[in-house]
Design a protein around this ligand. Structure first.
Ligand code: COA
Length: 355
């Protein structure tokens, strides 16, 4: 990340119009603030500035007065206010938004607001990271809470900070991978993203994969691409860490693996994985399972667990190769074909004493 900037908030001025036009026509700003005019013209900018509304501020470099971004609030009921922001394309990745939210929140708390909140689209990971870094706590998903330009609705993640919340970032149950990836030199695991959508769909649609999935058959490529784009939101929420498995060197697609953090109180997480047919039989799944399991212990898990259908011998071998032991057979735990239930062989690996 580039060095942080010395920032200030000030009222908008007429001379800022070109910056507003540039930032508000930027594709990312348009994607995540879909109610902005498209195209956003100079007269839109002048109308916004001329409004003289004290609920909005320009975020500027304190030394040069260069416009870096925008921040504003809309008052809600009972001492609450919703904050919104964008950052100039060239100023992104320098903690501008995080610092602006911190400064603006401090001002609003001083003006007696008690509860500040943000709403972020599920694929907008940069904005969710801003929320976490500025100490906002994730409260949940507000279904259909925001509107697109065509009137359709989309879900948002709601984040809030209360006047008496402790300073600093809000805690995360699942941290980022060290250097953004896990690797043993043969396979590389990295967080699932929108770009993995089509290859992931091709694998999830295979009968032996969807037939063993607890969530069933994927609907279509667009739905899987959306799930991949929204996967990072589940990671930031501490719910699950989904990764694509690639071959080191040529980045060939091998499959996927995830750590599901279903039992935070017990510090127990489960792994699940699938490989593309051409990637099977090379030990890649065991390598991926080992990497995710070791990472699970590094981030504080006490027990790592996994389960397979009784007849899924290949998966049982993978778990044994990754150091898991068979614990029990859980009757009717898994969905089977045609609405039936099938038994699950439960495996576990315990936290090594040395960690
Ligand atoms: C969202 C936005 C305001 C972030 O501004 P920014 O100044 O680049 O954010 P920061 O530099 O403060 O970065 C905050 C965090 O986001 C991360 N981040 C930045 N860009 C990212 C990206 N493209 N993908 C994932 N994470 C990203 C940073 O690494 C940092 O994470 P950390 O705290 O874990 O280190 C900016 O991308 C933007 O203007 N987007 C378009 C408009 C928008 O989305 N507004 C918010 C609507 S809710």
């Amino acid at each position: 990340m580039n060095p942080a900037v010395n920032m200030a908030l000030r009222p908008w001025r007429e001379g800022d119009a070109d910056d507003l036009v540039e930032a508000c026509n930027d594709p990312l700003t348009q994607r995540y603030l879909p109610l902005l005019p498209d195209p956003y013209t100079r007269s839109d900018a002048l109308a916004y500035i001329g409004n003289g509304d004290t609920a909005r501020a320009a975020v500027v470099d304190r030394d040069t007065d260069e416009v870096l971004g925008a921040i504003g609030y809309t008052p809600g009921r009972d001492g609450g206010a919703e904050i919104g922001y964008w950052v100039m394309p060239a100023a992104r990745g320098r903690r501008v938004a995080t610092t602006a939210v911190e400064l603006f929140s401090a001002q609003l708390f001083q003006s007696d607001f008690q509860r500040l909140y943000l709403q972020t689209a599920l694929p907008n990971l940069a904005s969710q990271r801003v929320a976490i870094a500025a100490g906002f706590v994730r409260e949940g998903i507000a279904r259909g809470a925001s509107r697109n330009r065509d009137g359709s609705r989309y879900d948002t993640v709601v984040w809030a900070r209360l006047a008496d919340d402790p300073p600093g970032p809000s805690p995360r149950a699942l941290p980022d991978l060290p250097d953004g990836r896990l690797t043993d030199g043969v396979v590389v695991l990295r967080p699932l993203t929108e770009d993995d959508g089509l290859v992931t769909y091709d694998m999830r649609i295979l009968p032996e994969v969807s037939g063993r999935s607890v969530v069933g058959q994927p609907i279509d490529p667009a739905a899987v691409t959306r799930q991949c784009a929204e996967s990072g939101a589940k990671w930031l929420a501490g719910q699950r860490a989904e990764m694509t498995i690639r071959r080191a060197g040529d980045d060939a697609y091998l499959g996927e693996i995830a750590l599901y953090y279903a039992e935070p109180l017990l510090r127990e997480a489960m792994i699940g994985y699938s490989l593309a047919p051409e990637a099977r039989g090379h030990g890649y799944a065991a390598r991926a399972a080992r990497l995710v399991t070791d990472w699970g212990f590094e981030i504080g898990m006490n027990r790592m667990i996994a389960g397979t259908a009784v007849d899924n011998v290949a998966s049982q071998r993978v778990l044994e190769a990754a150091g898991y032991s068979r614990e029990s057979v859980q009757l009717t735990r898994l969905p089977g074909p045609d609405g039936t239930r099938i038994d699950n062989v439960a495996f576990a690996k315990l936290r090594p004493a040395a960690i």
